[in-house]
Every structure is written in C-alpha cells, then in structure tokens.
Ligand binder design. Structure first.
Ligand code: CP
Length: 328
C-alpha cells in the first residue's frame, strides 16, 4: 500500500481508523512471517536514522532489528556526538539527513522541547519523521498496546474496560507521553477508559479534551478518578504505571515526599482480584518492581508484558514499511 508513504508518524491523531487498522493488520502479518522465517524485504537498501536524546531498550532495538528484517539499515545517532550538541538547528539536520536516507526517527522526551524539536524536523525534512517518544506522545508504544489487545480480545475492542493508573513523581522530567497516547488511541476504539491517579498528577488538559472528543465519535467513555481500586473494579485490562507528574515539583525532596505519600498505588494480587477474572496486566516497561507492581503480578499468568514488548518489533516494522515504502 502506498497511501501512507512519506507521512510523518508523530501522533496517532494524524491517522484515521482505516489507516491505523492497516498498520495493525500489516503488523500481525509481519509477526506471522517472522515466526515462520519468511523473509519480508519491504525496504531494501533503505536507511532509517535513529536519534536518541534519551535511553531506550525496546524502542531502539525494535527499530534496529525491525529495519534489518525489512532489508534496510538503521543508523544509530547519539545527538551528544552530533553537531546538534553544538547548536545545529533541526532545520539543517532534517534537510541534510533527508539527502542521505529515507526516514528520521527521534526520541526526545525533554519537557516542552521534545515535540517541538520533532515538529521542526518535520517542517523541513523531505522524508518521514517517526516519533520514538517525545514529551507529549509515544505513538509507537500504543500501537503495540492495541496490537496486544487485539491478540487477546479480538479485533473488536469496543466496550472493553481499561484502567490506566499512575502515581508518584519520580522525576518531573519523566514523561506522561504513554498514558496521553493511550487515551488518544483507546478512545478511538470505543473502549471504556478509567484514569486513576492522586490529585495533582493530571495529564495535559488539551490531550484529555481531545481524547473526550475521540470518545464522542466512537461511543467510548473516558472517566477520571482518584481511586485505584475503583478503576480496577471489573476492568478487562489494567495498566498501572508510575509516570511522574510534571506539575508537582522540581524539588527532589518534595518528589520523594510525594513518592512516600503515594506508596499504596501499587499493583498487587489483591488489587488484581478486583478486576475481571480474564483481565490482563499491561505495562510498556521498564517496570519499577516493588513500587508500582509486585513480581507476582508482572511475572504472573495475567501479565502480557513480554508479548506487548515483542509487538513493538512488528508494529515498528509496519509503520516503517508503510511510511518509508515504495519507490519515490
Ligand atoms: N516502552 C519503551 O518505550 O521502552 P524503552 O524506553 O526501553 O524504549
């Protein structure tokens, strides 16, 4: 398919449901073909540049392994060793890398900087800009989340009850991009989403408003609570995480006080019992074991975290193949 060729992938909001379903269907197909050692040379001789301003395990390796499986090449770039570190502007970086390769993928999570940097690249690049997580969105992660849900519950996700919870502020720089991208996408699929977090750990109001609009369009629901148990009650999917609340504080001392205050916001077997019997436990990883979840849950039978991480590979391949594919 060539309908997505050349498009940036910065947020799932830029794609309609048909396009997202196309990406998911291709992801499943690529997963099947990977399992049977069937070659998938959809991007021969193509290069994706990977600029990582922040650390990564899953995102970097799923992109690198993914492009290899498509017959192309990933070029890892550490911005601290590029002229970016000397102040080279995104316009120049975007124009030059566009002459060398076929996509520029970037992780830049710095609050109030990351997404603007990606948008500047996108304005000036001739090749797709792929978002590997910024301060607002993590679209690659939520594509893998939806793929994992489809594997567990079938293609119709409408009406599924999802609890997304988070608590303490480990660092004000720790992004809330994952729950923000989750609410934007899950509400497109008709899910009944409950957010629960202590007072003061709000997501960006614009994103919540956008998710509510999405919900109106699909018959989904989006509810905000401040009670973890209430969110878990009868849920089909629980996604407890410990995203930092960037509105809370810049002061490490104050942050630690907050951590201690919210130490009960942890996923335990007792809490899992509040959810539906067939409920699955999801987590983008890395997990903060002992503070946000206990081993018994994350390593237990309801956990799908390894499948979810595996699906990062296949969704990344589908997104690269569709945006970078074809001959231009
Ligand atoms: N979930 C996720 O993005 O993992 P990494 O930070 O390891 O890439």
């Amino acid at each position: 398919s060539s309908i997505l060729r050349g498009k940036d992938f910065i947020t799932t909001q830029d794609f309609d449901r048909t396009e997202i379903d196309l990406m998911l269907d291709l992801s499943s197909d690529l997963k099947r073909r990977f399992a049977t050692n069937d070659p998938t040379p959809l991007l021969p001789y193509k290069t994706v540049f990977l600029m990582f301003f922040d650390q990564s395990t899953r995102t970097r390796n799923s992109m690198e392994a993914g492009i290899t499986q498509l017959g192309g090449h990933a070029h890892y770039l550490d911005p601290s060793t590029m002229q970016t570190a000397h102040g080279e502007v995104p316009r120049d970086t975007a124009m030059i890398l566009s002459r060398y390769g076929h996509a520029i993928a970037v992780r830049h999570c710095k609050f109030k900087v990351g997404n603007s940097y990606l948008r500047s690249l996108a304005e000036n690049a001739d090749v797709p800009i792929l978002n590997l997580q910024d301060d607002i969105y993590h679209p690659m992660q939520v594509m893998a989340d939806i793929m994992t849900m489809r594997e567990r519950f079938g293609a119709n996700l409408s009406g599924l009850k999802v609890a997304i919870t988070w608590a303490y502020a480990e660092s004000h720089l720790k992004p809330l991009s994952v729950p923000q991208s989750q609410i934007l996408l899950f509400t497109r699929y008709g899910m009944d989403v409950k957010l629960a977090y202590p007072e003061g750990f709000d997501l960006m109001p614009d994103i919540v408003d956008l998710a509510k609009k999405n919900a109106e369009g699909s018959g989904a629901r989006l509810e905000i609570l401040h009670d973890m148990d209430e969110a878990f009650r009868d849920a089909d999917i629980v996604i407890p995480k410990s995203w930092g609340g960037f509105y809370v504080s810049d002061d490490p001392q104050e942050i630690m006080t907050e951590v201690r205050r919210n130490k009960d916001w942890i996923c335990t077997p007792e809490r899992m019992k509040l959810a539906n019997k067939r409920a699955i436990y999801m987590h983008a990883l890395p997990a903060d074991r002992g503070r946000e979840v206990v081993d018994e849950v994350i390593d237990g039978p309801q956990s799908v975290v390894i499948d979810e991480a595996e699906n990062r590979l296949h969704t990344a391949k589908a997104i690269m193949a569709l945006t970078m594919g074809g001959r231009s």
